[in-house]
Unconditional design. Structure first.
Length: 398
């Protein structure tokens, strides 16, 4: 059996010296400047119906460094600047492939502050990481060890809105191997009252991380709103306070989702979920805040890449499948099922918990689609009713 090598990013917090912080801040600014200049050049060429590739922007960077206006680009390492051009190339590739929107300019206030270094621009030796243009290694808090004998291929340094510094090291992790195969399979119904309801009857409570800190967040936002707009120190301090509350919420959410998805992947060979369009669901003004706090998209993303790491299978069924209205015992489809109905009794006499019944139906249709390669059509009460899953129209023979 061929073993796939998995590359993982190990992220650590570090505390730079004043000199290192100043150097990294300059690098962030230069990376943003080069990215925006290259984007402007490519956009202008696009209006002339011309295409500019990475090699051409790299030549432009060399020319920019020789100008009096941009001579300061020589003061930082050239590798993060080249990586910014590569990232822009990837953005355009995704745009032309219709996988993303047109690239946007980076903002000094709102865009992520980061710089990527390749092997030629850093030295990792004896557990110490030293970046180009720096005399001292970074003071990293090693919250977990790197894989034994790991050699980072790229290093990304970033600073979040709360002012915290992070370094992310990308390296191969030989400890990530497919887990022993099992017959266990689980269906998952995602919700708000309970974050997850499993087909075995287990319900995972929704921690509602944002709601727990809502009062603290509102207070920090009120203090920020009172500050005069501009680049004043008081406003920057108030903005960091808001960012720290958001960071606290996000950290707890990530920790909970990581633990939850890891458990599900380790215990089950097949995991069936619904293919929900969260970006459309958050347009509901009354539920948008709760849906965003639940982080359904992030949950699915974690589940999928961990399943790929450990040799598991994640199946996403059609979002139009009426899992809540379908009896998991006899297959009868109910006409209506308002959200206020949490338990209901089928004509066959079976009393269902709405969410558990939905999870059982999700599991059943997922396993059927996996084995047969086709969708499942539940029984309909009236002929010509809407199908449970979207089906391609059949072509009539001439």
């Amino acid at each position: 059996m061929k073993t796939t090598r998995v590359k993982r990013a190990f992220k650590y917090r570090f505390y730079p010296t004043d000199t290192q912080a100043a150097e990294l801040s300059r690098t962030f600014g230069c990376v943003r400047k080069v990215y925006n200049l290259a984007l402007a050049a490519r956009t202008e060429a696009w209006t002339r119906q011309e295409r500019v590739n990475y090699n051409q922007t790299s030549a432009m960077l060399t020319a920019w460094k020789k100008t009096e206006e941009l001579v300061y680009l020589n003061d930082v390492s050239s590798v993060p600047l080249q990586q910014a051009l590569r990232h822009l190339q990837v953005a355009f590739t995704n745009f032309f492939g219709k996988r993303a929107k047109y690239p946007r300019f980076k903002s000094r206030k709102t865009s992520r502050k980061s710089a990527e270094y390749t092997t030629s621009a850093f030295r990792f030796q004896d557990g110490k990481l030293t970046l180009a243009k720096m005399a001292e290694p970074l003071d990293i808090v090693w919250s977990r060890p790197l894989p034994e004998g790991a050699a980072p291929s790229t290093v990304t340094v970033s600073q979040d809105a709360a002012g915290r510094w992070y370094v992310s090291m990308l390296c191969e992790d030989p400890s990530v191997k497919p887990l022993p195969a099992t017959d266990a399979a689980i269906g998952i119904d995602i919700g708000l009252d309970h974050l997850l309801t499993l087909s075995n009857g287990e319900k995972v409570s929704n921690p509602r991380h944002e709601r727990r800190d809502r009062a603290r967040l509102a207070k920090a936002q009120r203090q920020l709103a009172r500050k005069a707009k501009g680049d004043g120190a008081n406003r920057a301090k108030a903005r960091r306070k808001v960012a720290k509350v958001y960071a606290r919420i996000a950290d707890r959410r990530h920790d909970h989702l990581h633990k939850l998805t890891t458990r599900l992947v380790r215990e089950n060979q097949t995991i069936v979920i619904e293919d929900l369009t969260v970006r459309n669901m958050v347009k509901n003004g009354s539920l948008a805040r709760s849906i965003s706090d639940a982080a359904w998209s992030e949950f699915r993303s974690m589940l999928e890449y961990k399943a790929q790491w450990y040799g598991r299978e994640v199946i996403a069924i059609d979002r139009w499948f009426p899992s809540s209205k379908l009896c998991s015992v006899c297959g009868t489809l109910q006409d209506k099922m308002p959200l206020s109905v949490r338990t209901w009794t089928c004509d066959c006499g079976t009393t269902h918990d709405r969410d558990v019944n939905a999870a059982k139906n999700i599991l059943a249709v997922g396993l059927t689609a996996s084995v047969c390669g086709a969708g499942v059509r539940p029984q309909r009460r009236t002929p010509g009713g809407q199908s449970a899953m979207k089906q391609k129209p059949l072509r009539r023979e001439p």
